[in-house]
Structures are given as C-alpha cells and as structure tokens.
Design a protein around this ligand. Sequence first.
Ligand SMILES: Cc1cc2nc3c(=O)[nH]c(=O)nc-3n(C[C@H](O)[C@H](O)[C@H](O)COP(=O)(O)O)c2cc1C
Length: 233
Amino acid sequence: MVESVVRVMQEDYSEMEKAAIYRVLRERRDVRAGYLPRALDEPTLQRILAAAHQAPSVGFMQPWRFIVVRDTALRTAVHRIYQCANETAAAIYSGERRELYARLKLEGLLEAPQHLCVVCDQASQRGHGAGRQSMPETSLYSVVCAIENLWLAARAEGVGVGWVSILDPAAIKELLRIPPTADFVAYLCLGYVNAFAEIPDLQHVGWQERADFASVVRTDYFDQPYALDGNTR
Ligand SMILES: Cc1cc2nc3c(=O)[nH]c(=O)nc-3n(C[C@H](O)[C@H](O)[C@H](O)COP(=O)(O)O)c2cc1C
C-alpha cells in the first residue's frame, strides 16, 4: 500500500514574493555581450545548477546532465564549431536580411567566463519510462524545463546566460565525449553582467518584434482567438 504523502500546508506567497517571481520572468534575458571577466563563484554556480535540478521531468526521469566546461582548449574548439555553423546559417539569407544577420551578435563564447553544456541522458532508466511511451520526446522537454529554471535562477543571481544553438551537435558530442545514447540539448554561456537589456537583443536590432500576446492564446480550437478582455461570449 502506498503511504499517504506528507503535505506542507499551503502558504500564500506574499505580494512581494509574487512580484519577485514575475520580475525575474520579465527581466530574464539572453545575454551574448557585456560579460564581466570575473569567474562565477562556486557556490553561485552550484545554486544555479541545483535550481535546474528542481525542474519537472517526465516520470521523474531527471535526464539532464550538466557538463561544466572549464578547459580553455575545449572552449576555443566550441567557438570554432560555432563559426563553421554560422557560415552555413548565414547562407540561407539574402539581401538586407543577410546584411542584418551578419551584424547580429549570436554568441559570447570567447567573452563568457563559464561554459555549460546541457545533455539529455536517453539511456537513463530512471522513471521506468512513465509518460514517455507515446511521447518519447518528453525527455528532451524535461531537460529544457531544467534550462529555464537555470536561466531564471541565474537572472536572480545577476548572472547572464546566453543559449548558443548555432552549433553542429555531432561535433559537440565528439568534442565533449557525449555518448550516442545521450542527446546534446544546449550550449550555454554564463557570466556576471553589470546590466540586463530591457528588451530582447533581436528586437532591439530590428530582427524580430515580440509576438502580440493576444495572437498566441486561442479558445477551444487552434483557429479560434481568445478574448483577453474577459469577454467570453
Ligand atoms: C532554444 C533556444 C536557442 C537559442 N539559440 C540562440 C543562439 O544560437 N544565438 C543567440 O544569440 N540566441 C539564441 N537564443 C536566444 C533567443 O534569441 C532569445 O531567447 C530571444 O531572442 C528572446 O530574447 P530574451 O531571451 O532576451 O527574452 C536561443 C533561445 C532558445 C530558447
């Protein structure tokens, strides 16, 4: 028989605590420039990683693995992998968009004092496959939940995080000895910053505006808008 779970009494968050949560969500930014050269102190790094480890996961699988990349030669090699991938990526654009793309700063690999590779260990038997029978990709979704936790905790600690996805996963896997049974999910730059931008960089440089909130919420059917004014017919 399964013992009944001990529950902690529900205690409301204070208005200040709620405001802090919404503030960190609003003020989290992807950071590619402005990293201070100062190394992350170990307790802060470990707090951020532990926050990631609190994330939800399918079947409680916790398939995330964090590789703290410290070796300078490895970090330089990752930057080279980025340069190759970015040349290919740039080639799909033409005209003004191509010129704009060329001006985008899409990584801070050489400036950031800390690199972190995030991997999904698909071979893990943890969770006994619960929740993954019909949607095996949920292991990857779980890892992305951990990354978002990390990103938010880092923001609260004054640490900028930049997600670099312009990379050849096979090259990263070979470089960091990631086995075939694991998937490379993310390569992150981390470092203290003096300031976080108010709006996303891509918005600032005119690459892409934030989508209108009303355009992403629907009622009942994919093609039926949601009345954000509270008018529900
Ligand atoms: C899965 C994922 C991959 C990303 N890859 C890159 C990248 O390779 N280079 C980059 O500059 N930003 C990358 N970003 C950051 C996005 O550009 C950024 O989140 C978006 O422009 C919104 O800005 P914000 O995160 O500051 O709100 C990535 C973000 C996500 C979630």
